[in-house]
Every structure is written in structure tokens, then in C-alpha cells.
Ligand binder design. Structure first.
Ligand code: 2AM
Ligand code: CA
Ligand code: CA
Ligand code: CA
Length: 265
């Protein structure tokens, strides 16, 4: 394993310990509201601190972009961190949440980890070296038809101006796919696309830390992740489509008729 990926894994496992320990007694967790529908807990902050400490110890000069503490450091190496993706699930004891850590060099994703602490599932990828679940190599699904595909998504919870377009797409997807799932942790959903548990995924209004590690997992597993025009600007636009190459293009096609000018941009 590349030494940098190793640091990412160490950080993710430490954060996972924080999350698992706190998960033993959910009644003790104090929840604060950042804005409507956006919750944060001490667990998010402690997990993030543990990750940043681990990275800083190994790479004091690297830059960091993390959900709860923002951006710091100007470097050609940038870490992109979501300490707990799926906080709403975590608060409710709904076991679908993950730690997401990625490292980019000059804007190119080099290493990524998505760790599901409730199942002890560790998804890892390094550029050019493939994607893994625990020790096993993973690939995106081989399903070729949307009608046989299980598609993951996330509801808009903030960008409410996109709700109508979103619902029109959802309605189409209900008919055109084998099923739609809304698990609630975008980072973990992308890891599931990389490992073939989901055949495709779409969501609007995400942040870079939700998608960075998952994007590398998918491309290293032979899949595609992109924005709503099929280009690779999803980390900037926040709108993502992902899947095996075949399902990716069918998702693009299915979504295209419903795009509003703002979504198309
Ligand atoms: P978070 O738990 O790190 O905030 C789910 O679609 C994605 O949106 C997750 O990555 C989740 O990340 C984020 N999100 C934030 N608030 C949410 C909410 N109230 N409902 C659903 N997702 C939310
Ligand atoms: Ca959050
Ligand atoms: Ca998140
Ligand atoms: Ca988070």
C-alpha cells in the first residue's frame, strides 16, 4: 500500500473508533443545527480533529479542506475530508454512514478512503493501482441495462430550487430502473457503485468532501463519475452522475430532458 494511502487509512480508522465509541450511547450525543436540515455533533468535530492530527503529523505542509473546519494551507497536496458522512443516519442509529478522506496532487485525485465503521468495511483506491474493499479488488457492476440496475440517489435537502427537476428524474428512474435506493451517505453510496452493489448513482448539490474519495474509488474500479453533461466537473458543480460506463451513459440520457438551465450549467 502506498505510504500516503496508509496514512489516510490510519486516519479513517481512528475516526471510525471515535464514531463507534459514540455510537454505543446515542442518547449522550448533543446535536446542533448548522442550518435547516443540516446537523452537526461533537462526534463530527472530534472525528475530524483526529483525522487532521493524523495527516498533519505525517504531512505538516499539506493543505486541508474539511467539512467542519474549512480550508487551510496552500500546497499542491490537498486533503479533502468528510469526517462523518451521513450524520443524520448516525444520530438515529441507522447504520449507513462513513468517513471519507481523499488526497489530491495538483487537483488530481491520488488516494481515497471510504470507511464504514459500523460494518468495518474499508474501501481504498490509489490512482493507477485499482480499488479495494478490505483486501479484495473491486470492480463496478457488469450490468448493461438500466432496467436491470439498482440506482442510488440522495434527495435535495438544501438546493430546494432543484426539487421539481429532481422529482421528474426520480419518477422516470422508478419506471426505467430495477429499483431506486436513498441510503443517505453519498460517500458510501459512491463506494457501493465502485464495488458493484449499486449500478449507478445521481445526486445534486453535493460538496467536494462528499465525492472526492468516492470518485477515485469508482474510476479505479472501472466506472465513470461526472457532472450532468458527462464532463468531470462534478466536484465543482456539486451535481454528480456515476456508474459503470454503460449505466453512466444511460443515466446521462435519462436525466438530460429534465435539466433546467441552472442544472445544465
Ligand atoms: P453529511 O452527513 O456529511 O452532512 C446525502 O445525500 C449527503 O448530503 C450526505 O453526504 C450528507 O452529508 C449530506 N447531508 C447534509 N445534511 C443532510 C440532510 N439533512 N439530509 C440528507 N443529507 C444531508
Ligand atoms: Ca454535515
Ligand atoms: Ca457529507
Ligand atoms: Ca459530514
Amino acid at each position: 500500500m502506498h505510504p500516503t494511502l496508509n496514512i489516510a487509512v490510519k486516519a479513517a480508522r481512528r475516526a471510525g473508533q471515535v464514531i463507534n465509541r459514540a455510537g454505543l450511547d446515542l442518547s449522550q450525543i448533543k446535536v446542533s443545527v448548522k442550518q435547516q436540515n443540516d446537523f452537526v455533533t461533537e462526534v463530527d468535530r472530534t472525528a475530524e480533529a483526529v483525522i487532521i492530527d493524523t495527516i498533519r503529523e505525517a504531512y505538516p505542509e499539506h493543505g486541508i479542506l474539511a467539512e467542519e473546519s474549512g480550508a487551510a494551507g496552500d500546497s499542491e497536496y490537498q486533503w479533502i475530508i468528510d469526517p462523518l458522512d451521513g450524520t443524520t443516519n448516525f444520530i438515529h442509529g441507522f447504520p449507513q454512514y462513513a468517513v471519507s478522506i481523499a488526497m489530491a496532487h495538483r487537483g488530481v485525485l491520488s488516494h481515497g478512503v471510504v470507511f464504514d465503521p459500523s460494518r468495518n468495511e474499508l474501501f481504498t483506491a490509489s490512482k493507477g493501482a485499482g480499488a479495494y474493499l478490505n483486501e479484495k479488488r473491486i470492480r463496478v457492476s457488469r450490468r448493461a441495462k438500466l432496467e436491470e440496475s439498482l440506482i442510488g440517489t440522495g434527495f435535495p435537502y438544501r438546493a430546494f430550487e432543484h426539487v421539481d427537476a429532481y422529482l421528474a428524474i426520480l419518477k422516470d428512474m422508478m419506471r426505467k430502473s430495477a429499483g431506486v435506493r436513498r441510503p443517505g451517505s453519498a460517500a458510501l453510496d459512491l463506494a457501493y457503485v465502485a464495488s458493484g452493489r449499486l449500478d449507478g448513482f445521481w445526486e445534486f448539490g453535493l460538496s467536494p468532501w462528499d465525492m472526492a474519495a468516492g470518485t477515485l474509488l469508482i474510476t479505479e474500479a472501472g466506472g465513470l463519475a461526472g457532472d450532468l453533461s458527462g464532463e468531470s466537473a462534478h466536484m465543482t458543480t456539486g451535481n454528480i452522475i456515476a456508474g459503470s460506463p454503460k449505466i453512466f451513459s444511460q443515466l446521462l440520457q435519462a436525466i438530460a430532458p429534465h435539466l433546467t438551465p441552472t442544472l445544465r450549467a
